[in-house]
Design a protein around this ligand. Structure first.
Ligand code: APR
Length: 235
């Protein structure tokens, strides 16, 4: 039987594809005020500005492709039951071939109701070139909004994610500063017996006593090294 391998990814996973991280120097939160474009209060204050910010991110997504790290994670499915839990709103894991991806913070390629963002009846896929416009309605008659989990909102997918993390034999953290909860707390649900790897070019505080095999590299090189280590342990 295949072992369960769970990946927790963050913005660093997509950095080598050309998508900016949030908290690094030159990251998105240096260019845009996070309280304005990534909080529910910011959206209530200026829905058009926030909607346009995500329209722009969606257009940018069409110009980038998955990197070797995404492809390596997808390749792990040959040997493991892989669940990818991502904080990223891009679709690069899926485009690289990962078949089971849980998006904790929503998805750029979807739109939803602004009355009840997680009502599945009103979540719909957007075409690659489709913008969300002011005045455009969701199925419940409310303003259509980006399907993004903003600061100040619940993270409903965390329950599902915890269920997979609790069954992990191998847990791999890639490219996240572990600053944002509840995602950052997922490591506390990893069974003691599980092996934990962390791939990041910079030191990351895991806030955990679980022993961690740190691979101090970028996502592409780091995932390559991870596969070599797993192969030595005969996967
Ligand atoms: N490969 C791997 N990791 C990298 C790379 C790379 N090439 N480049 C940078 N990193 C690492 C950084 O060292 C950092 O630890 O990626 C991490 C990015 O951290 P953040 O910018 O804080 O992004 P993330 O942890 O995903 O943010 C979490 O916060 O802003 C909100 O909702 C947003 O989902 C996001 C959440």
């Amino acid at each position: 039987m295949k072992k369960n391998l769970v990946v927790l990814s963050g913005a660093g996973m997509s950095a080598e594809s050309g998508i900016s991280t949030f908290r690094d120097a030159g990251g998105l939160w240096e260019q845009y005020p996070v309280a304005q474009v990534a909080s529910i209060e910011g959206y209530m204050r200026n829905p058009e500005l926030v909607t346009n910010f995500y329209n722009e991110r969606r257009r940018q997504l069409q110009e980038v492709v998955p990197n070797e790290g995404h492809r390596g994670v997808a390749a792990l499915e040959q040997w493991y039951n892989v669940t990818v839990i991502t904080q990223n709103v891009d679709n690069l894991h899926e485009r690289a071939g990962s078949s089971h991806v849980i998006h904790l913070h929503g998805e750029l390629m979807k739109a939803c109701s602004s009355r009840d963002p997680y009502d599945p009846r009103y979540i719909r896929a957007l075409r690659p070139d489709e913008d969300i416009h002011m005045g455009e309605k969701a199925g419940d008659g409310s303003q259509l909004r980006p399907f993004i989990v903003w600061f100040g909102e619940a993270v409903p997918e965390i329950e599902t994610a915890v269920g997979y993390v609790q069954q992990a034999d191998i847990f791999v953290i890639i490219g996240t500063s572990l600053n944002v909860y509840p995602a950052a707390g997922l490591l506390s649900y990893v069974p003691r017996r599980a092996e934990v790897f962390l791939i990041d070019p910079k030191p990351v505080d895991t806030h955990s006593s679980h022993s961690v095999h740190v691979i101090r590299k970028g996502a592409s090189e780091g995932v390559r090294e991870l596969i070599q280590i797993l192969e030595k342990g005969e996967l």
